[in-house]
Design a protein around this ligand. Structure first.
Ligand code: 13P
Length: 280
């Protein structure tokens, strides 16, 4: 069943949990996310980061697959555009039936970020879709770790959220996209501060690679959506290395795809269980 980000995050709120937002780049990824969510009987977010992943598959190809599988899923599924940074791709995603978009204006001045996010919200509203936006800067693969200047200021977040009317805020509090080069040092006060001043769900980007205990602390402080990709893709890659090592004779592409899916289902199920936050 297709559902908006706003509604899926309401479900998360009522259970003090976070919804997993898994990036997908293939049919196997989509199948693995849906299978894991159905096995765990838990809502999930399927998302596509066009800016980073259009080199693997187009928004139109993966988007149709995402919407079709979300629609017939037994659990609520939100189909979300991750890191939308131009209005053309946002419109394309909405035309495909995405129920949520992210506008990422984090590289812009506050004034320009607010203006563009407001326009992205008008577009999302036309389709009855939700909107996530970003304030602060997260960076990739460790380049940005522990640079306090890039972290989100809750006071500025209050202005940003009031002006734009967004449904969820992607905030920078110590996570980064990609592989962590050193143990992340998260600032939980930023999450609590945003929750207190803005009252809307906080989104964690760069979720893969974070420890279970840090996930729990973040969820307890008010994170309700956690973006997760790199480590699931890496674990599936590791599984293929092992498979090739163990295999004598021919290796077939269909067996590789099945192994990738099997491994991703395992990672996603474990991750969803942590995000359910049932251990008090
Ligand atoms: P990771 O790939 O580091 O898990 O981050 C995913 C993400 O934040 C997508 O927006």
């Amino acid at each position: 069943m297709l559902i908006t980000l706003k509604n899926i995050l309401k479900m998360a709120e009522s259970k003090d949990m976070a919804i997993a937002a898994f990036n997908v780049t293939s049919l196997e990824g989509v199948l693995a996310v849906i299978e894991a969510a159905e096995d765990e009987d838990t809502p999930v977010i399927l998302q596509f980061a066009n800016a980073a992943h259009s080199k693997y598959i187009s928004l139109e190809d993966i988007g149709r697959v995402m919407v079709a599988f979300a629609d017939r899923s037994k659990v609520p599924v939100c189909v979300h555009l991750d890191h939308g940074n131009n209005f053309d791709e946002i419109k394309r995603a909405l035309d495909l039936g995405f129920t949520s978009i992210m506008y990422d204006g984090s590289e812009l001045s506050l004034k320009q970020n607010i203006a563009n996010t407001k326009y992205a919200k008008i577009l999302a509203d036309e389709y009855g879709a939700s909107i996530e936006a970003e304030l602060g800067s997260m960076g990739t693969e460790g380049e940005n770790e522990n640079i306090l200047g890039a972290y989100t200021d809750p006071e500025v977040a209050r202005v940003f959220v009031n002006e734009t009317g967004i449904d969820a805020l992607a905030a920078s509090f110590g996570t980064v996209h990609g592989i962590y080069k050193s143990r992340p040092n998260l600032d939980f006060d930023i999450i609590s501060g945003i929750r207190k001043l803005c009252g809307i769900p906080v989104v964690m980007h760069g979720g893969s690679g974070i420890s279970d205990s840090d996930f729990k602390k973040c969820i307890d402080c008010g994170v309700r959506k956690i973006n997760y990709y790199t480590y699931a893709a890496k674990y599936a890659g590791d599984a293929i290395k092992d498979m090739i090592k163990d295999k004598n004779g021919n290796i077939y592409s269909h067996d590789i795809l099945v192994e990738i899916r099997r491994n991703m289902v395992k990672t996603y199920k474990e991750t969803i269980r942590v995000f359910k936050n049932t251990q008090k």
